[in-house]
Design a protein around this ligand. Sequence first.
Ligand SMILES: [Zn+2]
Length: 349
Amino acid sequence: MTFKPDYPFDGEPAPGETREVAPGVWWLRMPLPFALNHINLWILDDGEGWTLVDTGVQNDEIKACWETIEKKHFTPEKPVKRVIVTHFHPDHVGLAGWLCERHGVELTMTLAEWTQTRMNIFEPAASKAAQMAPFYKLAGFDAEQMELVSGRGAYYSRIVSEPPARFNRIEEGDEVMVGGHAWRIIITEGHALKHACLYCADKKVLISGDQILPRITPNVSVQAQEPDSNPLKLFMDSMEKFADLPADTLVLPSHDWPFRGLHERLAHMREHHHERLEATLAACAEPATGTQVLNQLFTRKLDNHQIFFAIGESLAHVHYLMNQGRITRRLDADGAYRYEAVKEMESAA
Ligand SMILES: [Zn+2]
């Protein structure tokens, strides 16, 4: 199955520019210092002010982008009223603290995402690295790769500003009123803990965050802090929550371009993961470590940042199959898990 998104807009706004994509919904695009080199943010006309959705990473370039936007859009008569953040990842929450303080407004997030942000900021780097090390050892990282883990503890707090000590909670089914229009909160799991999407029925617009992207598949990773989790199951289940949305919903994703074709995209994502599950089973035909599965699933060269996504994602597929009884796990004498596909005959018995 192939999926061709319907992109109703040609070209994205330049950094510091804005573009209206639905009545009162403006698209901003900011650079990212990663292989994935941009993020889409949204500002919503909130009557006598503006509601911001997501913020970009913390660095001087992105702050300068916001300063340009501020000069154009925000006035004393129509200031920023609120900052909503979809989830705790640095490209989304990075400047939330900075923006809230600058505009004297409050942060709105789910409890899990706000807590995770605060925890990541305040947990000492050494403690984080110590907590992560056993997880990557079990996944089969070699000595050189383990070096990368020890440098990883400080990564988050470098690119995320300190989030406010208080926040407003959003939960599944809540309706956030913005400029007289209700935006329903849809909580998804698997990419982050309790990722918030926002759907406005009046406008037929879905702010999908990282949950639904038109071309790349969102990262779904087993994390060191919850090493036996099954995030792919959570992610797949979350996709069902969009079943009742209209076929012509305009989807505003955090990466790439706004698009239509929501249900086709969801079907395509399901198919993608089923293919990856088959590839994972094949990679475990003989006992394999997490890293060996990774090497089968990701044949392209990965940088030092991407390898962490890739191992988390590989383990997510392994765990999904383990939970179905199709893969078994044992600890080997070298301190790494070995995963092995259950043979057809055995699984039928
Ligand atoms: Zn994310």
